[in-house]
Design a protein around this ligand. Structure first.
Ligand code: PLP
Length: 381
């Protein structure tokens, strides 16, 4: 196995993968309708539920071919009964994407929008559900990947359930990193794609949720043919297969990544992500960068840092300097605020971050920016 050049991806997924995961894609050709492949998928569905500690009699995993947004689409369009509406708890770019999906399908919804750097008000969610007993689905994002803000899903889920609503959480940027317990966290449906926490390849996405709710949704309006949760679930249950052609080689890579996940262990892996995150914090603080989210509200996986208040700062130039040396940094995703992001996803560890900051610092110096930065005014009061 030839080692490949190792790039350190500090963007919010796809993440740095191991060579074993990359090479797991190189397999003899196989028709995915063979029993051998069904067995692989059956095991994978069980493993994906196990990662969030779900009871396999209650929860199941439904796999799709596509990127993570497909899961959001599937959950929103499939799980809304006739005559009911969705409550979106929205404090960032990814819940705003969910809002766009609701609009695209003309799904009745309430958009409870809060500032991108604020947590939702739990009393307000309670009040909205009191006022709108027709809300059947509460939806939010666990880690708002645009900012790194972590939402209090367990609390929101408890409120949703008290009002008889199902709770859907976009866990794409926490799954297989920050420990999740699907039952204790009051989650009815969560989701992820293979290229983020699992450290595998793009093209495989999955929804994990309650069998009984999926089965009930068979009688809800069908709003999509390809992206329908109950249709895909029924096909899996009947045949063990995806309804349409699965991303075969991507699934072999995901199988290897899941093996590595269980070998590293939930605690060990989360400890490593936290080490990487602390190293990112330290490096940014040493250079004088300001972060936009309060430290105690951060997910521990994504940092959004404000642009320095220096006319010589040039994100693209810094990016290109780092990229040429094997490190990828990523622009921000906050409307009206100039930020960039550094993320703790992927098969990386502290020495990679130390190596990154040498390069990053050299990039800033090459632009003539004095370090540490004068205390930035990017800081929000
Ligand atoms: C990455 C991500 C997605 C999916 O994005 P794709 O580009 O479709 O893979 C969805 N939600 C969150 C929170 C994410 O971080």
């Amino acid at each position: 196995m030839q080692p490949l050049r190792r790039n350190i991806l500090l963007n919010p997924g796809p993440a740095t993968t191991t060579d074993a995961v990359k090479y797991a894609q190189v397999v003899p050709d196989i028709c995915p309708r063979e029993r051998e492949f069904d067995d692989l998928m059956r095991q994978m569905r069980a493993d994906l539920v196990r990662i969030v500690h779900g009871d396999p009699d209650i929860y199941t995993a439904v796999l799709f071919c596509g990127s993570g947004t497909l899961n959001m689409d599937v959950c929103l369009n499939s799980l809304l009964p006739e005559g009911k509406q969705i409550l979106l708890v929205n404090n960032g770019a990814y819940s705003t994407r969910a809002h766009e999906i609701c609009q695209a399908y003309h799904l009745p919804h309430l958009n409870y929008a809060v500032e991108y750097d604020q947590l939702p008000d739990l009393d307000e969610i309670d009040r909205l559900l009191d006022q709108h007993p027709d809300v059947a689905l509460v939806y939010t994002t666990h880690n708002e990947t645009g900012t790194g803000l972590l939402n209090p899903i367990r609390e929101i889920g408890a409120i949703a359930h008290r009002h008889g609503a199902s709770f859907v959480v976009d866990t794409t940027s926490t799954y297989a990193m920050r420990p999740i317990d699907i039952a204790k966290d009051n989650i009815d449906f969560c989701m992820a794609s293979a290229q983020k926490g699992l450290m595998a390849m793009t093209g495989l996405s999955f929804v994990i949720g309650k069998r009984a709710l999926i089965e009930a949704s068979r009688h809800y309006p069908t709003r999509s043919y390809y992206c329908n949760l109950a249709l895909q679930y029924d096909y899996f249950e009947k045949t063990g297969e995806m309804h349409f052609t699965p991303p075969v080689q991507t699934i072999y890579a995901a199988r290897q990544a899941i093996k590595e996940y269980f070998a590293e262990g939930e605690d060990g892996k989360w400890a490593r992500h936290q080490r990487v995150f602390s190293a990112l914090h330290r490096g940014l603080a040493r250079l004088g960068f300001q972060e936009v989210i309060r430290p105690e509200w951060q997910s521990g996986l994504v940092i959004a840092a404000a642009y320095p208040d220096d006319p010589r700062w040039d994100f693209d130039a810094v990016h290109d300097y780092c990229y040429a040396r094997g490190f990828t940094i990523y622009p921000g995703k906050i409307a009206g605020a100039n930020t960039f992001r550094l993320c703790a996803l992927g098969a990386i560890d502290t020495p990679d971050i130390e190596a990154f900051f040498e390069v990053f610092e050299a990039a800033l110096r090459s632009l003539g920016i004095p370090l540490p930065l004068a205390s930035g005014k990017g800081e929000k009061q």
